[in-house]
Write a protein that binds this ligand. Structure first.
Ligand code: GLA
Length: 391
């Protein structure tokens, strides 16, 4: 840990040589073991915070300016405290990487009485579906509240971070990423009910299984528009079901038994989306039961089923990811594999027996290279604590 702390502080001092005391925070990325595209439909999801972080270093300045620099981006951001809330500043930030920490400063509603220098240093890959945007946003909010000695519930902080994505970056994301990042706990997944926002921890025995991500390297242009489209389709399905007399507030209020009736009510696209949502919600609960009883094979099968449903019914996969899941399923020691996150590219998450990790990594890389003529990025993730101050 100390070497990363030294590196991050040295990076901060390089940009801000006049900075005296700086505070340092670590905000993790997340994996989602199962429960995809149901966190905006009142479903249950099972994410976990991981050992890849965005480090946030902050010091005060007397210039009345909030500055954002990053070891991972050339561009830097600067906003005068007096202009923080101006529409022009918001429009200017909209396409910059620093839109997230900027949005966090605005929505925190903190009265800034001096400027702040922020530097970011990331070991979390961007665009791979590990929620770097939620990590930086949650991390910035956490840092701001901590520096100002403000106590806020983790749920409220998560909701604020979600609002940053909605209002500043234009993505109508659910609440899973933010809740996982703020509430992460070592060696535990988080069973989050996105309807009530209640959660409990589900231990993951890392001496039995590991979660390994394989990055397709595809960053699809449909990513944001496709995501918002799916949300709209679900909203429409909900509306139609309510009109047909269903007493529900969210799609996940329906049960698998309702599907026969639902098929007669909804147009084909809305039915397919609803089918995924309802069956996925069921799979999450089943997965948590199986993994706690060490039925790893059964748990893994649910991951394959989740993928099938995301691909066929929710239509957020791409041919390369379908193939990656297929390849994984042929490798010894793999319990399950599926597309992770919003889709249209990004990573697969693979549940692999500890003894098979090396074999899996080598074999999947070979298969990928043979087909794509490039080596994929592979991340073995351990499950770690959520956002915290480290110095
Ligand atoms: C993205 C969103 C999440 C969630 C997933 C899909 O990661 O940020 O809220 O909807 O996609 O499960």
């Amino acid at each position: 840990m100390s070497s990363i702390i030294d590196t991050v502080i040295a990076h901060h001092r390089e940009y801000f040589p006049r900075s005296a005391d700086c505070a340092l925070f670590a905000s993790p990325g997340r994996i989602n073991i199962i429960g995809e595209h149901i966190d905006y439909n009142g479903g249950n999801v099972l994410p976990a915070a991981i050992d890849k972080h965005i480090y946030i270093c902050i010091s005060r300045n007397n210039d009345g300016i909030i500055r954002f620099v990053s070891a991972n981006h050339k561009e830097t951001g600067e906003v005068a405290i007096n202009n923080l809330h101006s529409p022009q500043t918001k429009a200017h930030a909209a396409h910059a990487w620093w839109v997230y920490p900027y949005g966090a400063c605005v929505l925190s509603n903190i009265e800034f009485d001096c400027g702040l220098d922020f530097s970011f240093y990331s070991t979390l890959p961007v665009g791979a579906g590990m929620s770097s945007s939620a990590s930086i946003t949650v991390g910035t909010l956490y840092a701001l509240y901590s520096l100002n000695n403000i106590i806020i519930k983790s749920k409220d902080l998560a909701l604020q971070a979600q609002k940053v994505e909605w209002d500043f970056a234009g993505v109508k994301c659910g609440i899973m990423d933010q809740m996982a990042i703020i509430n992460g706990k070592k060696d535990n997944a988080i069973m989050l009910n996105t309807k009530t926002m209640e959660f409990s921890y589900v231990p993951v025995d890392t001496s039995a299984v590991r979660f390994i991500l394989v990055n397709s390297g595809v960053k699809h242009s449909l990513r944001e528009s496709g995501y918002n489209d799916r949300r709209r389709e679900c909203d429409r399905a909900l509306l139609l079901l309510k009109e047909a007399g269903f007493a529900i507030n969210e799609l996940c209020d329906c049960s698998v038994d309702d599907l026969i009736q639902i098929q007669n009510i909804l147009p084909q696209t809305e039915y397919k989306r609803t089918y995924h949502v309802i069956t996925e919600n069921n799979r999450v609960l089943q997965f948590a039961r199986e993994i706690q009883q060490y039925n790893l094979t059964k748990a893994g099968e649910l991951l394959y089923k989740s993928h099938q449903s995301l691909s066929v019914y929710y239509e957020v996969s791409i041919p390369l990811i379908d193939e990656m899941v297929e390849w994984a399923s042929d490798i010894d020691g793999v319990y399950g594999s599926r597309l992770m996150g919003g889709g249209f590219g990004g990573c697969t998450i693979n549940m692999v027996a500890l003894y098979a990790v090396e074999h899996f990594t080598r074999t999947i890389a070979q298969k990928f290279k043979k087909k794509e003529n490039r080596t994929p990025e592979i991340y073995e993730c351990s499950i770690e604590d959520g956002t915290r101050r480290i110095e």
